[in-house]
Design a protein around this ligand. Structure first.
Ligand code: DAH
Length: 340
C-alpha cells in the first residue's frame, strides 16, 4: 500500500509539473482526488486495515492528499494567471500604432458659393432668412404682380402639386412673406433652392439655387441698388470688377434690370468665359413694384426699395470656371474635392 501511495504521489507530481492548462490540472485533480480518485480510493480502503497499519498508512495517505491538493491549487493559480496574461496580451492596445485616417469631406461648391455671397451681404448688415421650397401660387406669382398669362406660370415651366401649390420657381416669394412679418427698414437676403421645368443640359437644371435680396426703407433709390450691387461685385469678384445694368422686365419691379459683371478672367476684353462680350450676367433686379408692397402690407407712398435675385450656380460656374452645370449635381468626389 505504501508503495502504491508513493507511486501515485510520484505520478501526480510528474503530471502536475507538465500540466499547462486549467483543463489538464482539473483532469489531474479528478484522477487523484475525485470521488473515484486514486488517493480517495486509498483513503476509502483504510477500513479494511489493521489498527497499526491504519495509523501509519492513514497518516501517509493524508499527507499525500494534502501535498497533491496544495500542488493542484498552486497549479490552478499558475495556469489561470497564464491564461489571463495571454488574454490581456492578445487584447493589448498599441497606443503608438498610427490611426486609421478618416476621409474628411468638403463643403459642396454650391454651399461654398452661397456662403461667399451671404457673407458679403452680411458684412453690409443684411439679415439672412430662409423660406419654404414648396409655396403657393399666391406668393410665387400673384403677390409678385405676375399677370395670369405670364409664361413662367405655365404648366411647362413650373412644377405644380395642385392648382395653388407649387415648387417655388424663384426665391422672390419670400419678399412678400418678409414684408408681412417685418416692419421697414428691411435689409434681408434669402438663399435657397428653386425649381423650373427645364431639361438638364450644360447650362440648365430643373433644380438650382438663388440668393434673393430685399431692401425697404424711406428714400431708397436706384442709386442705392447700383451702389449695393457694385460693392457686392467688387467684394465677390475683385476690386476692379465693374457692373453693367441692362434694362429688362420683371412684373415685380419697375424699373427692372439685368446685371452683368465685367469678366474677371479677361477684365472685359472678351474671352471664352464671357463669350467674347467682356460681361457676364449674374442677376435680375429692380425697384420693387408698388403692387408688391400693397400685397405685403407696406405703404408704397411712404417706402421705396429694391430687390434682386442672383443665380448661385451661375456665379459658381463663372468664378470657378466650371463648364457644365450638371457636374454640380453628380456628387463625384473627384470633382467636389477640387474645391477644398
Ligand atoms: N426672380 C427673378 C428670377 O428668378 C429674379 C429677380 C428679378 C428677383 C428682379 C428680384 C427682382 O428680386 O427684383 O429670374
Amino acid at each position: 500500500m505504501q508503495n502504491k501511495l508513493n507511486e501515485i504521489l510520484e505520478q501526480a507530481r510528474a503530471d502536475l509539473s507538465v500540466a499547462s492548462s486549467i483543463e489538464e490540472t482539473e483532469a489531474i485533480r479528478i484522477k487523484n482526488l475525485g470521488k473515484k480518485g486514486l488517493i480517495t480510493d486509498i483513503l476509502r480502503s483504510m477500513g479494511k486495515l489493521s489498527h497499526e497499519e491504519k495509523k501509519t498508512l492513514g497518516q501517509a495517505a493524508n499527507t499525500a492528499r494534502e501535498e497533491v491538493e496544495a500542488l493542484i491549487n498552486k497549479k490552478f493559480k499558475e495556469v489561470k494567471e497564464n491564461a489571463l496574461n495571454k488574454k490581456l496580451s492578445l487584447e493589448k492596445i498599441d497606443v503608438t500604432e498610427p490611426g486609421v485616417r478618416k476621409t474628411i469631406g468638403t463643403p459642396h461648391i454650391i454651399t461654398i458659393t452661397t456662403q461667399e455671397i451671404v457673407n458679403v451681404f452680411r458684412s453690409m448688415g443684411y439679415s439672412v432668412i430662409e423660406g419654404p421650397e414648396v409655396d403657393t401660387v399666391h406668393y410665387n406669382f400673384d403677390a409678385l404682380n405676375a399677370p395670369k398669362a405670364h409664361p413662367s406660370r405655365d404648366m411647362s415651366d413650373t412644377f405644380y402639386f395642385s392648382e395653388d401649390i407649387l415648387l417655388r420657381t424663384h426665391t422672390s416669394p419670400m419678399e412678400v412673406r418678409i414684408m408681412e412679418n417685418m416692419k421697414p427698414p428691411i435689409k434681408a437676403i434669402v438663399p435657397g433652392r428653386c425649381f423650373r421645368y427645364d431639361t438638364p443640359d450644360a447650362t440648365h437644371s430643373p433644380m438650382f439655387h438663388q440668393v434673393e435680396g430685399l431692401v425697404i426703407d424711406e428714400g431708397i433709390t436706384m442709386a442705392d441698388l447700383k451702389g449695393t450691387l457694385a460693392t457686392f461685385a467688387r467684394l465677390m469678384f475683385g476690386e476692379d470688377t465693374k457692373i453693367n445694368f441692362r434694362p429688362h422686365h420683371f412684373p415685380f419691379t419697375e424699373p427692372s434690370a439685368e446685371v452683368d459683371v465685367s469678366c474677371f478672367k479677361c477684365k472685359g476684353k472678351g474671352c471664352n468665359i464671357c463669350k467674347g462680350s467682356g460681361w457676364i450676367e449674374i442677376l435680375g433686379c429692380g425697384m420693387t413694384h408698388p403692387n408688391v408692397y400693397r400685397h405685403g402690407g407696406v405703404d408704397p407712398e411712404k417706402y421705396t426699395g429694391f430687390a434682386f435675385g442672383m443665380g448661385v450656380e451661375r456665379v459658381a460656374l463663372l468664378k470657378y470656371e466650371i463648364d457644365d452645370i450638371r457636374l454640380l449635381y453628380e456628387n463625384d468626389m473627384r470633382f467636389i474635392n477640387q474645391f477644398k
